[in-house]
Design a protein around this ligand. Structure first.
Ligand SMILES: C[S@@+](CC[C@H](N)C(=O)[O-])C[C@H]1O[C@@H](n2cnc3c(N)ncnc32)[C@H](O)[C@@H]1O
Length: 263
């Protein structure tokens, strides 16, 4: 009996913690379980997974897994190229909470210097690794040199930010305790080594937290409507995804970067 009560509490706690998007929207649609992207490239990136126990203390802040809509991802990359004239070759792309790696695969279609993902769940990260190998073999893009793709299993707060210019990408991976720590570390890394940084933040639930960082400026925020194909394989009722793009402000602001979030 005591075990049952304990389990009940655990489940209740879980429900309370998960702010995205099942509670917020309160309903599901029926949708195609396997995205055609997977069939096309022989990969496995589909699925809506909320329970991802790893034993890590940060499991409770995990918002769950679902992969980005390819049309939305490509639209954001297109806007970055158009508005920022982004020279991909100079930038490393980092997906914080990379799941089964769909965003890593999509990013590898651009000539980034390197594509890196960090994922808490060992199970998902294993799938991502296999996907990376399969996609490289299957994708016949126009790129002469595809960027190296590195998938890392670990907690985002323990991730060591790589040197050089960065495009940091995240899609509502975790709730604020992890988010704050991730941005504290990123701020510290920028203070130590000032460099160009753009942040692509999909479904930006914690944008008020980012607004408090003096070293980060929002460049734009747009709702992007996904393609018919993506929507048919989309679990949630809303067809448009909000996406915000930020830029790190160069020094002298960088001096205050590390202390901007106090711990
Ligand atoms: C919404 S999915 C996004 C997947 C992928 N980035 C994409 O756009 O297709 C968020 C992912 O973040 C991962 N995640 C949550 N908390 C994490 C943490 N503390 N460290 C690393 N990854 C985490 C989840 O396990 C999940 O796979």
């Amino acid at each position: 009996m005591r075990d049952e009560i304990r389990q009940l509490w655990r489940n209740l706690g879980r429900k309370k913690r998960t702010a995205w998007p099942r509670v917020e929207q309160g309903q599901y649609r029926s949708y195609r379980a396997v995205h055609p992207f997977d069939e096309r490239f022989g990969v496995e990136t589909s699925g809506l997974i909320y329970d991802l126990p790893t034993g890590h203390a940060h499991d409770v802040y995990n918002n769950g897994y679902f992969a980005v809509a390819p049309s939305v991802f490509h639209a954001v990359m297109g806007v970055m190229l158009e508005r920022l004239h982004l020279e991909y070759q100079r930038f490393r792309f980092v997906d914080v909470g990379s799941g089964k790696g769909r965003a890593l695969l999509l990013a590898s279609d651009y000539p980034f210097r390197e594509v890196i993902g960090v994922e808490l769940s060992p199970e998902l990260e294993r799938v991502a690794r296999a996907n990376v190998a399969r996609y490289a073999a299957a994708a016949h893009g126009s790129l002469l040199h595809r960027p190296p793709v590195i998938s890392i299993q670990g907690d985002a707060t323990e991730f060591l930010w790589p040197p050089g210019p960065l495009v940091v990408y995240m899609w509502n991976a975790f709730t604020s305790p992890v988010m704050e720590r991730v941005f504290h570390n990123l701020g510290a890394s920028l203070a130590e080594q000032p460099r160009e940084l753009y942040l692509v933040y999909m479904h930006p639930e914690l944008e008020s937290m980012l607004a408090s960082l003096p070293w980060l400026t929002m460049l734009w925020r747009d709702e992007i409507t996904m393609s018919d194909e993506d929507y048919a394989a989309w679990a949630f009722p809303t067809r448009a995804e909000m996406c915000a793009v930020y830029q790190a402000v160069p020094s002298p602001g960088t001096a205050g970067v590390a202390s901007a979030i106090s711990h």
